[in-house]
Structure formats: structure tokens, C-alpha cells
Design a protein. Structure first.
Length: 241
């Protein structure tokens, strides 16, 4: 399963896990499952944390996530999904069952999560059903934990219910499968649309500012400024409109 449109293929599994401290907010990324999905743990000085898109599928991956949280002394308070494609939801059941926490995402993502159970076996995956969300997130909503607030942006195109999370204080954007370094999310899956995806990127994400760091659902980090200047899909679209 390919997650992005790639005009300059790079070797997979070459991106190191990292801890990136920022004022008031810290993040740690894991690369999980056969699709090299980025799972994020975000926390602040209160030690409260959220988990975004847990892709942990194997017992080894689940243990790695749990051990990190325990070693850091973090208190998990929420699970967040940017969207419901199978590589981003494989650990939903594990996370909710382990920490007994609420799960929040966009309402449309429920359909994506249900569809993942149907096509998973075609890709050799048999995920546990995801728990139902306890709350739905929409454009402009604020997700709070500890002293931290993340703003929700509705960014469909890769999937119909896709959302992204932005932390204004540290200029960190968790973009799921909308925008990658040098690429964008694929649009040939059910509900995908190139025009809608590019509208999300051009009119929702790029206005956040060139210095914003992008933490994507796959591959390395980038900045909005870099993608505005060099991403071939962004440049092509801007040139058309």
C-alpha cells in the first residue's frame, strides 16, 4: 500500500525516531507497521500526553510505545486520529484498552475506520476493530491536554474526514497524510480528491507560515516554507490556479 504520490522515491525505513523539544510541548515519533507510519506522542511539562495515529500492530511495537510512556512517566489522556486508513489505526484498540482514555477524531473518520476492517486482509493485516470515538472534532475545535492546546484543521482530500493538528506556541503541525516532504497524500483511495487535497494544503496549511514544522504521517519532517518553494505538486497547482 502506497501512502503518497512520489516523484522522487527515497529508500524506506531510513528516518530515525527522534525527540524534539519545544517550549511548552515535546513530541516523540515512532515508525510502525509495514507501511512505515509515523505515530506521535505529544506531552508538556505537566506530563499529560496525547497519542496521534497509533500504528503499532505487532506486540513488539505495542510494547515499545507502552515502555516509552512508562519510562517518561507520562499520563496518557487522549487518543487522536487524523484519519482512519488502516496504517494509522492499527493501535487504536490497544491504546484505548491500555490507558482507558477518550478517543477523538472527525465524524467521517468512523466510516474510514470501519472500511479498514474490510480491506485490511487484502494487505495481510487483520486489525482489531477501533473503539468508537467519544467526541467528534471539527474545523476550529481546540484539543486540550495539560497546559497545551492544539487547533483542529479540517483537511480532506487524502481521505474525506481528514483533520490536522496545529500547536501555535511551537509552530508544530501534525499533518497526517496531507503533506509530506516533497510529496502529498495519494488521492486514488475511496473519497480522495486532488482538487480538495490541494485546497486543504494551499488554503488551510500554507497560510500558517513558512517556519511551521510539519510532522507527517510518513517520512521525515519538513517545513511549510520548504514545501511552498520546492514541492512539485504544490508548485504545479499554484501555477495552474
Amino acid at each position: 500500500m502506497v501512502y503518497a504520490i512520489d516523484r522522487n522515491p527515497q529508500p524506506s525505513n531510513t528516518y530515525p525516531q527522534s525527540i524534539i523539544p519545544f517550549p511548552m510541548l515535546h513530541s516523540h515519533s515512532f515508525t510502525f507497521n509495514p507501511y512505515q507510519e509515523n505515530t506521535y506522542v505529544l506531552w508538556d511539562d505537566t506530563q499529560e500526553c496525547v497519542i496521534i495515529d497509533p500504528g503499532c500492530y505487532s506486540t513488539t511495537e505495542q510494547t515499545k510505545l507502552r515502555d516509552f510512556i512508562e519510562e517518561k512517566g507520562l499520563k496518557v489522556v487522549k487518543l487522536l486520529n487524523t484519519h482512519g486508513h488502516i496504517d494509522h489505526m492499527l493501535g487504536n484498540d490497544f491504546v484505548v484498552a491500555t490507558w482507558q482514555i477518550p478517543f477523538e477524531t472527525h465524524e467521517i473518520v468512523v466510516q474510514e475506520l470501519e472500511a479498514s476492517l474490510q480491506y485490511g486482509p487484502l494487505f495481510g493485516l487483520n486489525p482489531q476493530p477501533s473503539p468508537k470515538p467519544s467526541a467528534f472534532l471539527n474545523e476550529g475545535d481546540m484539543v486540550s491536554f495539560g497546559d497545551t492546546i492544539l487547533e483542529v484543521f479540517f483537511t480532506p482530500g487524502h481521505s474525506p474526514g481528514h483533520i490536522s493538528f496545529f500547536h501555535h506556541g511551537s509552530e508544530q503541525l501534525f499533518s497526517g497524510d496531507v503533506l509530506f516532504q516533497g510529496s502529498i497524500g495519494r488521492v486514488d483511495l475511496p473519497g480522495g480528491s486532488m482538487d480538495i487535497l490541494m485546497d486543504s494544503i494551499i488554503n488551510k496549511l500554507l497560510p500558517l507560515g513558512d517556519t511551521v514544522m510539519v510532522y507527517p504521517g510518513h517520512g521525515p519532517t519538513t517545513t511549510l516554507g520548504r514545501e511552498k518553494l520546492s514541492n512539485p505538486f504544490v508548485l504545479e497547482y499554484i501555477g495552474r490556479v
